[in-house]
Design a protein around this ligand. Sequence first.
Ligand code: DLL
Length: 435
Amino acid sequence: MIHNPQIECMPREEMRKLQSERLIKTVKTCYEKVPFYKRKMDELGVKPEDIRSIDDISKLPFTTKYDLRDEYPFNLQAVPMTDVRRIHASSGTTGKPVVDTYTENDLKNWSEGVARVMAAGDIGPGDIVQVSYGYGLFTGGLGAHEGAAVRGAVQLPTSAGNTEKQIMLMQDFGSTALACTPSYAMRLAEAIHNSDVVSIDNMKLRAGFFGAEPWTEGMRHELEEKLHIKAYDIYGLTEMSGPGVGGECEYQDGTHLWEDMFYPEIINPDTLEPVAPGEFGELVFTSLCKEAMPILRYRTRDLTRLIYEPCRCGRTAVRMDRILGRSDDMLIIRGVNVFPSQIEACLTEFPAFQPYYFITVDRVSNEDTFDLDVELKLPYFSYAPEKQMPFLKPLYDRIVSMVGIKPNIHIQPPMAIERSIGKAKHVLDKRKFKD
Ligand code: DLL
């Protein structure tokens, strides 16, 4: 189901016109109301009048996470606090949280973006959407909540955690959709499977809206099979309001980005030049509708590519490939670039393994070490090395061929690896503490 066909299926030429109009307005606001942007644009010698269409976007300055930190908490705000209705923040990687503020319209647009994703999963009146993203400063909980509200669905604000109660309510209330991180969905699936109280056969779940962290096709298949659902990817970031910057349609073949609100570019993170269409690089967004905290050319550090071919669903909105990872999550081990999601992709090819893993990187005698903890499912797990070997060897070979370096794999017993209720932590890089 398409929530807003006029926008989601708008002819590309018309969309560019709309984007141009909105960009011109956004740039004017930024220049006039936000001293940071005036300074940045003056430094580049760009005036608002130089921006006459969306094609001029590359004349504008970038915004980085460091800029957000320097302007913390409200210096990037373009409206007085009397116009603000909500503040959210994410933990951020640079010390201070990343802050976003919202006017009434910003909240409306944000929930529209989430509603578009939920509509693709046919969510509407009568659906019970169990929101197991954390409620609070994190945008996941309230974002999914308001999106479900716009669709006229029932919102079930369980928040993250309290897993046993979650699965009981899921069964007793007959939740039809689940919104949480893919790693928490996996945890819930596991709890349902191990429970004597509930059974997936007594549940009504049919759709999952999973995001806030990278996940793989292998993980999708596991979740769809275990939870008897269709699993949709939902993408977003606090700096662009939160979840619902885009999401998958029923074809699950890339994430449609809501380009009327967020203009995407892909750049080469080293040269800062745009990459050729369809190539991988860093995703950059300019907000086109945000009133409280508009952002120009925000460098997300998310690595992906854009797909411009029309989608079978009829939406014209550009699609984005799965996020490979964040440039700050990329590990360089013995000179090779490694994304944690590559390990998940390997693991999910082997049904005897759980999709849980933990990577420890260290430097011993000037050489990088790469240790990988994984879990074998029951009944395959055994402490006996000769019983582990038939599972270990094929996984080892697959990782060597896919990632290009040799891991030191440790097979752990069931439940040994920590389960997360929010964004999963997969890596400990001890080298950071040695420099
Ligand atoms: O994670 C917003 C969100 C909540 C999105 C719920 C989807 C669902 P932040 O905490 O600011 O906001 O983190 C944003 O998370 O830059 C990506 O690196 C990552 N991320 C978000 N969605 C996805 C996804 C929320 N579907 C950062 N796939 C982003 C991969 C994702 N990574």
